[in-house]
Design a protein around this ligand. Structure first.
Ligand SMILES: Cc1cc2nc3c(=O)[nH]c(=O)nc-3n(C[C@H](O)[C@H](O)[C@H](O)COP(=O)(O)O)c2cc1C
Length: 328
């Protein structure tokens, strides 16, 4: 880093730290609305005969809830198409009676990949749409992140019918190290649980009712200090704090999972390289590598991914009965 970069880094870090520390003293009732999100065209109401559920998921949390919502919609009599955003056929979205989009919260925001995905969708005028986010919080601006999804879908002409946030253990690898685990991450080590799954089922049933009765949902994106923190791009300063992000050729088995999971196309597994300028620091590579060949250092310690963390701490997730398959 040169002198200019260092000054900008310090300025951004201080602004973010100030925003984060002030969040604890913000009265919850003092909400300032940044954006009101509503459908701009009449909603197609009626029974949900065909629905599509799609998610972006790096470690399976958002996928699990998406599959559960899909199964519950099927139980209501709908034919449901469900898949990861990377595999879903966007053209299929036209003519759906309900579309549900799920995303994790990354850096207090909706990941860029999800925003880009929604931009590629066809015109969805009148289509009922719902959003959900999974997050590791307790803080995390999750309501606003879910609002961003609805706002982008509403720009496509779709009509919001619901929004939900589901808390689970964070999969953010900088939250743990060899020596310690962030207490908020540890606090949520048993989530998702049966209550989370029941909430997801209820949400799906609620969406069916919303569409049947033609009841639109109006979302408000509020000014929060964590929303302000997104303005200084926390990803930018986090990137400055990690070192040695690469692939250890000696350990790599060439399975290509890291390249497949990278939402930014930053990995060339043939050349064992990661383009750090393109990288969105989602940790998808570290969180999915089966042999820990992806290297990274933080605070002078080696970073290890979510499956390895779960293994070391002897933790596991109890799957909902309807969901047979979820990746580790
Ligand atoms: C890069 C990254 C950034 C994250 N940022 C936040 C955050 O700002 N707020 C929050 O509550 N959780 C955050 N988390 C936790 C995730 O939102 C949470 O673990 C999510 O359920 C992961 O979903 P997935 O398994 O479907 O990818 C972050 C996790 C990662 C990997």
């Amino acid at each position: 880093m040169n002198g200019f970069e260092r000054r900008r880094f310090l300025q951004k870090t201080l602004a973010a730290a100030a925003a984060l520390s002030l969040s604890s003293i913000t009265p919850s009732h003092a909400a300032i609305t940044l954006e009101t999100i509503r459908g701009r065209s009449p909603m197609r109401k009626g029974p949900v005969k065909q629905a599509l559920v799609t998610w972006y998921s790096q470690t399976g949390m958002t996928e699990r809830i998406g599959r559960l919502v899909a199964k519950r919609l099927e139980k209501s009599g709908a034919t449901v198409f469900f898949d990861d955003m990377r595999s879903v056929d966007a053209a299929r979205m036209k003519g759906m009676d309900l579309i549900v989009v799920g995303s994790p919260v990354f850096y207090y925001d909706t990941p860029d990949y999800v925003k880009r995905f929604i931009q590629t969708l066809p015109d969805l005028t009148g289509t009922p749409v719902a959003a959900y986010v999974t997050f590791g919080g307790p803080e995390g601006n999750q309501h606003n992140a879910a609002c961003n999804i609805l706002a982008a879908l509403s720009d496509k002409g779709a009509v919001p019918v619901g929004l939900r946030s589901f808390m689970n253990m964070s999969t953010f690898p900088l939250a743990w190290s060899e020596k310690k685990v962030h207490h908020k991450t540890w606090m949520n080590r048993n989530l998702p649980d049966a209550h989370t799954y029941e909430e997801a089922r209820r949400y799906a049933a609620h969406l069916v009712n919303q569409v049947a009765s033609g009841t639109a949902f109006v979302a408000k994106r509020n000014l929060t200090l964590r929303e302000m923190a997104t303005w200084v791009r926390p990803i930018w300063w986090t990137k400055k704090l990690v070192r040695n992000h690469g692939i250890d050729q000696k350990v790599c088995i060439g399975c290509g999972l890291c390249e497949e999971k990278c939402p930014a196309g930053a990995i060339d597994i043939g050349a064992f390289t990661i383009d750090r300028h393109v990288c969105e620091l989602c940790f998808g590579c570290i969180n999915n590598c089966p042999v820990q060949a992806v290297t990274m250092n933080y605070n002078g310690e080696r970073v290890f991914g979510y499956p390895e963390f779960m293994k070391r701490k002897k933790l596991s997730i109890i799957e909902p009965e309807e969901v047979q398959k979820t990746p580790a």
